[in-house]
Design a protein around this ligand. Structure first.
Ligand SMILES: [Zn+2]
Ligand SMILES: [Zn+2]
Length: 99
């Protein structure tokens, strides 16, 4: 789920597109568990920049999520004008740190 935080605050609706993301320095942890199931865990923090159909720009710090077990190294943090915006209280436990 991703919606423009500026539109949410203004009560607007919009379509969001990603326009750019930083090339993460992959520190991948790729392994097969005791059951032989493949996991892809990566602690790298990625910054993705987004633009909404109302012309707002915002960014997100996040990490890859393992498609098998759902593991992710840290929780996504939205950034508006470089400031962190808390939209998901569960992210407060392990927010993705600045790179
Ligand atoms: Zn917007
Ligand atoms: Zn996994």
């Amino acid at each position: 789920m991703l919606r423009c935080p500026i539109c949410i605050a203004a009560g607007l609706r919009s379509v969001v597109r990603d326009i750019r993301f930083t090339n993460p320095k992959l520190k991948r942890d790729h392994f097969w568990d005791e059951e032989g199931v493949e996991h892809f865990h990566d602690p790298s923090v990625i910054v993705t920049e987004y633009e909404c159909s109302n012309g707002h720009h915002f960014a997100e710090r996040s990490s890859w999520q393992c498609h098998v077990c759902g593991y992710r190294a840290c929780e996504a943090v939205l950034l508006v004008d470089g400031k962190e915006v808390v939209t998901d209280p569960s992210a407060a436990e392990s927010p993705c740190p600045p790179q």
